[in-house]
Design a binder for this molecule. Sequence first.
Ligand SMILES: NC(=O)c1ccc[n+]([C@@H]2O[C@H](COP(=O)([O-])OP(=O)(O)OC[C@H]3O[C@@H](n4cnc5c(N)ncnc54)[C@H](OP(=O)(O)O)[C@@H]3O)[C@@H](O)[C@H]2O)c1
Length: 329
Amino acid sequence: MRAVLLEGFGGIDVLKTGEVERPVPGKGQVIVKVHATSINRPDLVQREGKYPPPPGDSEILGLEVAGIVEELGPGVSGWSVGERVMSLVGGGGYAEYAVAYADHLMKIPESMSFEEAACVCESYITAFLNVFMIGEFSENQVAILHGGGGGVNTAAIQLCKALLPQNRLIVTVSPEKMEKVRELGADLMINFREVSDFTEIVKEYTGKKGVDLILDHIGAKYLAPNMNSLGYKGKLVIIGVTSGIKAELNLALMMVKRQQIIGSVLRSRPVSEKGAIVAEFTRRALPKFADRSIVPVIEKVFPLEAIADAHRMMEEDRHFGKIVLRIAE
Ligand SMILES: NC(=O)c1ccc[n+]([C@@H]2O[C@H](COP(=O)([O-])OP(=O)(O)OC[C@H]3O[C@@H](n4cnc5c(N)ncnc54)[C@H](OP(=O)(O)O)[C@@H]3O)[C@@H](O)[C@H]2O)c1
């Protein structure tokens, strides 16, 4: 089968396309004939050799697929060959065929294309897990979402607006993407190129109460302003550490305000845990895709052979929302 391969680890020039053996499904797994996948920031980190796949998962890049069930492995029931599905995968999405666990499959709503479906699993499930399941974002609350132009955070804005339309969202964003973030539903935007300590802006906006939830992938640089912006019983959910891993924390303030800091990863969770997350996402969020209240934001669709251009676009932060890789027509 055709796939994107890595010739060593490093920059964009290690990405090649070539032929490899088609995978074989194990117990509880299916083979998906992949029509489309999408690029996620962790793929770039894996390409650089700093984010290996969990043991047993494919070494090929790609954390999600949209396509057609091609073959059922032993013990799989409830799914049929030929069904349109999308799924999280531990790796292997940048290829013509990928292995997925049957418990991680979601039926693609008829109203969605393969390209749109290829955007759902990694970004929207990450956003859903951390904002709704872990962050317990609920009615009449206020959140800060950092980096509103990216895959996870365009997804988070859309999910919040579809599931909790009254809630207010403060979004940090680069100036070029501000207008699009406003159109998606952000209530207050902060230009992160000009403002790195957003504490006073958040205080003023929330009438000194602070916010209930922060979804952060910046890490060290934002720890202090995040904690200062978090209200009583607020939750800071950390899903990335792009600015560094070490920072000072005022434990007394955290204790008195009964705040929580929660670290979260999706990829390395056990199969059964991911299955439970997918089931909850299917129940609460998928109907919003089916009725097109949520339509994934796609910056550009690239063919498999143009994988280098697709990675370059993300590396240069030229995308708003998702970058899709089309594998088959
Ligand atoms: N823990 C998990 O389970 C999990 C799962 C998936 C992803 N992640 C992490 O989540 C992050 C986002 O992933 P993604 O695929 O959505 O990547 P992405 O599309 O590249 O989004 C990253 C966003 O971060 C923004 N940004 C850069 N510097 C910033 C700053 N100083 N303040 C605020 N925002 C800033 C960028 O803004 P502009 O575009 O406006 O320049 C960009 O929109 C990555 O760190 C990734 O590793 C974690």
